[in-house]
Design a protein around this ligand. Sequence first.
Ligand SMILES: *[C@@H]1O[C@H](CO)[C@@H](O)[C@H](O)[C@H]1NC(C)=O
Ligand SMILES: *[C@@H]1O[C@H](CO)[C@@H](O)[C@H](O)[C@H]1NC(C)=O
Ligand SMILES: *[C@@H]1O[C@H](CO)[C@@H](O)[C@H](O)[C@H]1NC(C)=O
Ligand SMILES: *[C@@H]1O[C@H](CO)[C@@H](O)[C@H](O)[C@H]1NC(C)=O
Ligand SMILES: *[C@@H]1O[C@H](CO)[C@@H](O)[C@H](O)[C@H]1NC(C)=O
Length: 441
Amino acid sequence: MDLALLVVVSLLIGALIILVALAVGRQKDGQSEKVEENKAAGSVGDGSAKATSSKKLKHQQRPRKEKAQQHTFSHALLAAALKGHSGSITCLDFSSNGKYLASCSDDRTVRIWSTKDFLDRDHKCLRANVELDHATLVRFSPDSRAFITWLANGDTVRIFKMTKKEDGTFNFTAAAEDFPQKHKGIVINIGIAETGKFIMTASVDTTILIWDLKGEVLASINTNQMTNSYAAISPCGRFVAACGFTPDVKVWEVCFSKSGEFKEVTRAFDLKGHSAGICSFDFSNDSRRMATVSKDGTWKLWDTDVEYKKQQDPYLLRTVPCPVSEGSRIALSPDGRVVAVSSGQDVAMYNATSGELEEQFHCVHGDNITDLKFDINNRFLVCSGDRVIRVFHNATGYRAAVQDMQAMLKKTSNEGVKQRLRQQLEDAQKALDAVLTAQKH
Ligand SMILES: *[C@@H]1O[C@H](CO)[C@@H](O)[C@H](O)[C@H]1NC(C)=O
Ligand SMILES: *[C@@H]1O[C@H](CO)[C@@H](O)[C@H](O)[C@H]1NC(C)=O
Ligand SMILES: *[C@@H]1O[C@H](CO)[C@@H](O)[C@H](O)[C@H]1NC(C)=O
Ligand SMILES: *[C@@H]1O[C@H](CO)[C@@H](O)[C@H](O)[C@H]1NC(C)=O
Ligand SMILES: *[C@@H]1O[C@H](CO)[C@@H](O)[C@H](O)[C@H]1NC(C)=O
């Protein structure tokens, strides 16, 4: 028993020390970060060269000096800053195999980053050009071998295939034809069901379209919420949910027959409890929990593992006050244990179980945060809001490790083990404190 305990503790401490060391190592890289940022900003020449808006031209003609004043951000828990885009990033998506992060920007490119090298010094990315347009949204296909984009000017979906080359990189090929134009309002989100059965597009004007993968519209949903602020497919691929001006999230089931034919879209359940419009929501990876953030200044956690056909309603688990702005985003970690909320340029992380505020990151980006996501392994939180993607370590995870050691200390009665635990705990706490205070310098 005590031996097993010791092994667990050593493992925990080992992991903690590695993480802390990495975080501190990153911290020291702060200087070179600025240099790289300038380099990235200087190489505007490629994709965005065609952008001819006078604003952009003026920006490009500005002397270098001004570019050096670009937004800088450092924090002990910052694991990486992914640089490459020369325009504002609007959307991020992790592939379901956990290997890639996709980002899109008004620089007319989609970039594919490897999650494997997030902790390395350099972050290579592969570039897919969005010819004669740019993508505002990007989502990986369930098999991680294609991605779909929403075209800003084309006002429709374009599919890109990713063909693996011998050197391990990809060729990106756009499908021969884009989807037909169907939306009248600005499109706020798109998605592909993990089942591969349908694509969803949602516009601000209360319309959600369900498409097959070839671009045929299967169904159109009117959300009746005055405006849509966010919509998404559940990770299980069964539900589509939307929120907007009204204080509830509406959830529909997209039904298919046993043979895979589309049948119908039916109302499933609502999340009712907020007192003002809802900015966004997110699902846990098993679709059994949802988190919502509202203009009423709170986030809520819901148990959505209900039999709605038997009139069971989702169960409100927690309400926590938090800073909220017009475009606030919420992300629920895949395991449902951590909630992250953005407000303006800031991000706050909460323990989903206790509601406790765990971390606050201020002025993470030069502009308001556009997207916020956890990676599928609960290791990183990523966000966008300017030309750089910020990747954060799982701070909550460090604390959980310390908490676990404290709990073990309470349980054990063996004096020898206790003494060792105390020493290890002290060391771990010191290391954690060092990381957390490093941010102040
Ligand atoms: C990738 O694209 C290049 C140039 O278009 C082409 O020559 C090559 O055959 C493609 N490779 C694969 C694996 O599709
Ligand atoms: C969800 O994530 C947890 C932990 O990260 C993992 O163990 C589990 O297999 C995932 N479940 C699904 C349905 O992907
Ligand atoms: C950014 O967010 C703040 C609130 O935090 C808001 O007042 C402001 O209008 C937003 N700016 C843009 C450009 O959306
Ligand atoms: C951090 O780690 C804990 C414990 O491993 C996990 O429950 C949580 O979801 C993780 N959080 C993030 C932000 O990845
Ligand atoms: C969240 O809080 C609960 C209850 O206080 C605690 O047991 C758990 O370890 C915390 N989780 C994390 C990831 O810190």
